[in-house]
Design a binder for this molecule. Structure first.
Ligand SMILES: Nc1ncnc2c1ncn2[C@@H]1O[C@H](COP(=O)(O)OP(=O)(O)OP(=O)(O)O)[C@@H](O)[C@H]1O
Ligand SMILES: [Mg+2]
Length: 466
């Protein structure tokens, strides 16, 4: 919807001129000759911005401002004055004026100010509609996200839940693999039976076997009683093998046996126990790669990977960041008993500037901390900790720009490339102890090109030979 502006002044000529100028900028504008008329217009129509003169006979600008802020707090008011008295400016700001312009003012400045207001209003509206969306549940069993790749994930979860297919969930740390495993179980026909989880990375190799398959009394020193393993506990339900990439080779064969035969044997026992267990595994490692390196049995890899669900890293679905941030805000507001109920557009924007190596878990922690620290009703900034320990809003993956990205594009590009080339050459040269022939070969550049760059960047062989 087009945003409407109301201009209020007692001078007709000023009104007419300004209206013409604003309409030339493509803005929808109405006029009011004084405070009372302005309030009338405001009653009739919705406006995004009011531009009001300070000095007017009858109701003056400040009085009008006060009334607008009381009746229509969402409207942004920009005050205009021909006098620029400091005390009045301060007063106007205190009453909630958004900006202040002095007559005669630059139309370009006015346009910039208005466009900025519209942008902020759009962000706020987006924010509100996002909250509505959260309430409308864009989720799947506590998994929040409406990015198209997450919708694909939901489809796969439904598919996995309809069958008993052995399923592998992959994705970087904190992307929600465990949530997916739970969603599958609780949407499957096994939902009233147990979901048993084993974190294969957390249990020492010596214990893992008995943990999974159980043991008979006396099967090893310390085995005083018979113990049921997690496989047996998961009978008729689901066994979630988390961090499956960490299962030692010795146990991988036993898992394979279960997947092929649907039976296990307790440690130290001869009895074969037939079980009905559905297996879901998860890993943040590249199992195909591990299989190639013979660190993971290839046959097991194929058996656990009948259906695979991959969770994209958060940086590849950043359009879900506002939705997730809202979701965690609502969650922690309740948990921590805070009254904070919104995130200002600037703070929300800052979340897009980061590359989220810890994915959704890291975002959750950042929002939780902000909610905890916020005494008011709005989160104004997020503290994002980079691995180096400093506070940063820019991601590790973003290149540091020389200066403040204040050069024309082509020039900036050339500078970045030169910086990068110099660094690249320095590394290759130092690896080859200043030997240009060898360095050029490693870089797959011909000698002449390499030598020209060597001279261009002012290197000397001695630098690399010491
Ligand atoms: N899409 C999502 N919506 C809501 N919460 C999420 C989502 N993804 C992850 N989370 C939350 O982030 C945290 C980490 O999720 P989870 O434990 O499932 O990740 P993971 O992939 O298993 O991580 P790891 O590899 O480190 O074990 C949890 O608190 C979870 O509730
Ligand atoms: Mg996990």
């Amino acid at each position: 919807m087009k945003k409407r502006i109301l201009i209020v002044d007692d001078e007709e000529i000023f009104l007419v001129q300004l209206k013409a100028a604003l309409e030339a900028m493509g803005m929808d504008t109405s006029m009011a000759k004084g405070g009372l008329e302005a309030l009338e217009r405001l009653r009739e129509m919705d406006f995004a911005v009011v531009l009001a003169d300070m000095k007017m006979p009858g109701m003056d600008g400040l009085e009008l401002l006060e009334k607008i802020k009381k009746l229509y707090p969402h409207i942004y008011v920009v005050m205009i004055s021909g006098h620029g008295e400091v005390s009045q400016v301060v007063e106007a700001m205190k009453l909630g004026a958004y900006d202040f312009l002095q007559k005669p003012f630059d139309l370009e400045l006015l346009e910039i100010s208005l466009r900025k207001i519209f942008q902020t209003q759009d962000l706020i509206e987006e924010n509100i509609s996002l909250r509505k969306e959260v309430e409308g549940r864009y989720d799947f069993h506590q998994i929040v996200g409406k990015n198209h790749r997450m919708r694909e994930v939901y489809e796969l979860i439904s598919l996995a839940a309809e069958t008993d297919t052995t399923t592998l969930v992959t994705g970087e740390t904190g992307t929600g693999k465990e949530l997916v495993a739970k969603a599958i179980h609780y949407h499957s026909s096994r939902k009233r039976k147990p979901l048993i989880t084993v974190n294969c990375a957390a249990i020492p190799e010596a214990l893992l076997q008995s943990e999974l398959f159980g043991h008979e009394r006396g099967s090893f020193t310390g085995a005083h009683t018979r113990r049921l393993g997690r496989f047996e506990l998961a009978h008729q339900g689901t066994l979630f093998l988390d961090e499956i990439g960490d299962v030692p080779f010795s146990i991988q064969g036993k898992l394979l046996r279960f997947l092929q035969e649907k039976e296990i044997r307790r440690l130290g026992g001869n009895k074969i126990i037939r079980l009905d267990v559905r297996i879901i595994s998860a890993t943040n490692q590249n199992l195909a790669e591990l299989a190639k390196e013979k660190k993971f049995r290839e046959d097991l890899y194929y058996r656990i990977n009948v259906l695979s669900i991959h969770l994209p890293p958060l940086r590849e679905r950043s359009d879900d960041i506002p939705l997730l941030a809202e979701y965690f805000l609502v969650k922690y507001r309740a948990v921590l008993d805070r009254k904070v109920h919104e995130i200002c557009p600037e703070a929300l924007n800052s979340l897009f500037q980061y590359h989220w190596p810890g994915n959704v878990r890291e975002l959750e922690n950042v929002v939780e901390k902000a909610v905890l620290l916020e005494k008011g009703d709005t989160i104004r900034r997020f503290e994002i900790l980079t691995p180096s320990g400093g506070n940063s809003l820019s991601g590790e993956t973003s290149l540091p720009l020389p200066g403040d990205a204040d050069l024309p594009f082509k020039q900036m590009k050339a500078e970045i490339i030169a910086l990068w080339e110099r660094e690249y050459l320095r590394k290759v040269l130092s690896r080859n102890r200043g030997n240009i022939t060898r360095a050029a070969k490693e870089a797959e550049l011909n000698y002449k090109t390499f030598y020209e760059k060597f001279v261009k960047y002012g290197f000397s062989r001695e630098e690399f030979t010491s």
